[in-house]
Design a binder for this molecule. Structure first.
Ligand code: SAM
Length: 213
């Protein structure tokens, strides 16, 4: 009950009040128990207006950023979505509430294993997980209707562009190691359209098409 009330307040005060109106996103964030995706010691802060540490020097993003990126993907219930950077698993769960299937990749084994366990406990049977470098995408399952990258990339990873369906949407932070621009890329019949959604700050996307160190 306590967490339900906090979750409701999170959605109305941090997300709706800042202009996110997509009912699918709001409903998904009302449903996913964010406090179960952080360590017990941080549960009381789980619905706060900030990112939190999840171990391995990584973070669970601020609720508003999760909402903004999810809304930018314009998801429908038939969509198949690729996520890079499973982390705590929270963003994947939000996506799974809306989309048909979520494919999520994490390069740190401990985080991958923990998220997999939570997905099973919460019966998210439409989340498929993989351990490894996500910057090469998931070619066997491509093309995707939507791709979300939850770590900061130095540039658009080429394999992800190739794995985006025509009409598909991708959202990712691009920039230097400290600050990035949140970018939305839409694949059109001929070529790609790119829109800037504003500044943001993410941990680094490491890997073959990300940062090397
Ligand atoms: N989406 C996560 C959540 O809801 O908790 C937050 C992700 S955290 C900001 C970024 C994650 O991206 C980290 O867990 C990090 O290990 C992961 N990561 C960084 N580079 C990656 C790569 N090349 N492939 C897969 N995961 C990567």
């Amino acid at each position: 009950m306590r967490f339900e009330r906090q979750r409701e307040e999170m959605v109305s005060r941090q997300i709706e009040s800042r202009g996110i109106e997509n009912p699918r996103v709001l409903e998904a964030m009302r449903r996913v128990p964010r406090h179960l995706f952080v360590s017990e010691a941080l549960r009381d802060q789980a619905y706060g207006d900030y990112p939190l540490p999840i171990g391995e020097q990584q973070t669970i993003s601020q609720p508003y950023i999760v909402a903004e990126m999810t809304a930018a993907l314009d998801l429908t219930p038939d969509d198949r979505v690729l996520e890079l950077g499973t982390g705590s698993g929270y963003q994947a769960a939000v996506l799974a509430e809306i989309a048909f299937r979520v494919y999520t990749i994490e390069r740190i084994y401990a985080l991958y294993a923990r998220a997999r366990k939570i997905f099973d406990q919460l019966h998210y049977h439409n989340i498929v997980t993989r351990y490894g470098d996500g910057t090469t995408g998931w070619p066997e399952e491509a093309p995707f209707d939507a791709i979300i990258v939850t770590a900061g990339a130095p540039q658009l990873p080429k394999p992800l562009l190739d794995q985006l369906a025509v009409g598909g949407r991708m959202v990712l932070p691009i920039g230097d190691r400290r600050t990035q621009d949140l970018v939305k890329v839409v694949r059109e019949k001929e070529g790609f359209r790119q829109i800037s959604l504003g500044g943001c700050r993410f941990v680094k996307l490491m890997g073959e098409y990300g940062w090397k160190y």
